[in-house]
Design a protein around this ligand. Structure first.
Ligand code: CA
Length: 235
């Protein structure tokens, strides 16, 4: 697959067997892959030679996966480095903390390499930086900031101002999961008291407009956390 040529992935994983299986599968998909066996080594390698994406195990020696993620997000040079976290089964709090410190997606162990590959492909597609100009674009959805207009596959969609601002917040961070509080801060502004439930109501309206005319719903619900723009979500 030409899309993946030269795309470099760093796997931060201390279990050699798991790391090798993953490396084998990602290389078979055309990615260039290297392995860091602990968190400190991962940070060193990233600083020396930035990968295009990081697969980051939660449980790592030296520096934990969550700390690696936190340190990368604090650094302007790596703030937008795509990160897929691997978490232990059933560690719901870990998953939420992982998203909270800025991971782009997560997989729960044990995962199927095929499913992880699909997630990595999706994160890579979305990693293209949002356009700096007057329009944001995601999978056929075009948001024109100056004209306050939204189209999907060329059809004009009519959004209320709040829905427009929520969509803008999501489109500026494609694939990134935003908590309800983050959505409130971005769409209403800081220090405004809005109930979480109100966010859900506006998201429902936004979904209704975006998926009118038989379009698929591009918003993914992350239960107990929030929402992201993710055309590949499962439902
Ligand atoms: Ca581990």
């Amino acid at each position: 697959m030409a899309l993946h040529e030269q795309t470099r992935i760093l796997i931060a994983e201390d279990e050699p067997a798991q790391a090798e299986v993953l490396k084998y599968n990602l290389e078979a998909a055309g990615y260039e892959v290297s392995i860091a066996p602990d968190g400190a080594e991962a940070l060193l390698r990233i600083a020396e030679n930035r990968p295009d994406l990081l697969v980051l195990d939660w449980m790592l020696p030296e520096v934990s996966g969550i700390e690696v993620c936190r340190q990368l997000r604090k650094n302007d040079a790596f703030r937008d480095l795509p990160i897929v976290m691997l978490t232990a089964r059933g560690e719901e709090d870990d998953r939420i903390r992982g998203l909270d410190v800025g991971a782009d997606d997560y997989m729960v162990k044990p995962y199927s390499p095929g499913e992880l590959l699909a997630r990595i492909n999706a994160v890579m597609r979305r990693a293209r930086p949002a356009l700096t100009g007057e329009t944001l674009e995601y999978e056929g959805i075009v948001l024109n900031l100056a004209a306050r207009k939204v189209t999907r596959d060329g059809q004009t969609l009519h959004l209320a101002p709040t829905e427009f601002r929520i969509l803008q917040a999501l489109m500026e961070r494609p694939g990134r999961v935003l908590s309800r509080q983050q959505i409130i801060d971005l769409a209403w502004g800081p220090n405004v008291f809005i109930e979480d439930r109100t966010v859900d109501v506006h998201i429902k309206r936004l979904r209704g407009v975006l998926s009118a005319e038989g379009f698929c719903d591009p918003i993914r619900t992350v239960r107990g956390f929030g929402y992201s723009l993710d055309i590949d979500h499962d439902g």
